[in-house]
Design a protein around this ligand. Structure first.
Ligand code: CTP
Ligand code: MG
Length: 227
């Protein structure tokens, strides 16, 4: 199923500590942003990219798009103070009857077969997100004392892409805005609306470039792919 991708890129990269937006850091001679955009440029199912940017970074991002020969960017709405606001800006910039994927610009290693499963699943069921099974034992802790061991069989680590029928996400986003509800991902907004969200099993290497050690692992992943 064809889709449009909404890509929030308007963060600050505080945890990376680079002193600027981490998406401008380079891996194997290309910015993280260019790597992520290229995945969707190459995917024949992707009909367009809506990229939320900071106003002060607009011209730099336009240069990156040009240099990486990305042709699918349809608009560059201004992002907001929270990631959720940046995604809302993308939704407002591109109204469609089709499927939308929300994908962090900071996740350049997403596999095409996962993207396709998500788009198909959203078309069939309305909402589907990428995730992987938890590998470690997980416990609830309060004041330094273990309260309870979680049932690992039911725990998943949630990633992006998160895929939706546009109207379903747009409505959940509007309802959250009205209720002052802030979610850490789009699925939370849809769950908040009482709707079902499916999981599509993703890969462990779909990491979000968040802290400096992710750069070393990211570089390793890219080298391995170019071999
Ligand atoms: N993002 C955004 N608008 C915001 C915050 C984040 O568009 N107000 C984007 C980031 O650019 C990134 C994605 O959302 O592509 C995931 O966010 P995260 O990894 O948290 O990036 P940052 O917010 O930039 O990093 P940090 O939280 O460490 O400051
Ligand atoms: Mg953040």
């Amino acid at each position: 199923m064809n889709y449009t991708v909404m890509m929030p890129a308007a963060g600050s990269g505080t945890r990376m500590g680079a002193g600027h937006n981490k998406l401008f850091l380079e891996l194997e001679g290309q910015t993280i942003l260019a790597h992520t955009l290229s995945v969707f440029e190459r995917d024949p199912w992707c009909e367009g990219i809506i990229l939320a940017v900071k106003e002060s970074e607009r011209s730099k991002i336009e240069q990156i798009i040009k240099r990486a020969q990305i042709t699918k960017v349809k608009s560059l709405p201004e992002g907001g103070t929270e990631r959720q606001h940046s995604v809302a800006a993308c939704l407002a910039a591109h109204k469609t009857r089709g499927i939308v994927l929300v994908h962090d610009a900071a996740r350049p290693f997403i596999a095409q077969h996962v993207i396709h499963k998500l788009a198909d699943s959203a078309y069939e069921f309305g909402a589907a997100v990428a995730g992987v099974k938890v590998k470690d034992t997980m416990k609830y802790v309060k004041d330094g004392i273990i309260e309870e061991t979680a049932d690992r069989e039911r725990l998943w680590v949630i990633q992006t892409p998160q895929a939706f029928r546009y109207e379903l996400l747009e409505q959940a986003s509007r309802n959250a805005e009205r209720a002052g509800f802030l979610g850490t991902d789009e699925a939370m907004l849809v769950e908040h609306d009482g709707k079902e969200v499916r999981i599509v099993e993703s890969t462990y290497d779909n990491i979000k470039m968040t802290t400096p050690e992710d750069l070393a692992y990211g570089g390793y992943l890219l080298k391995k792919r170019l071999e």
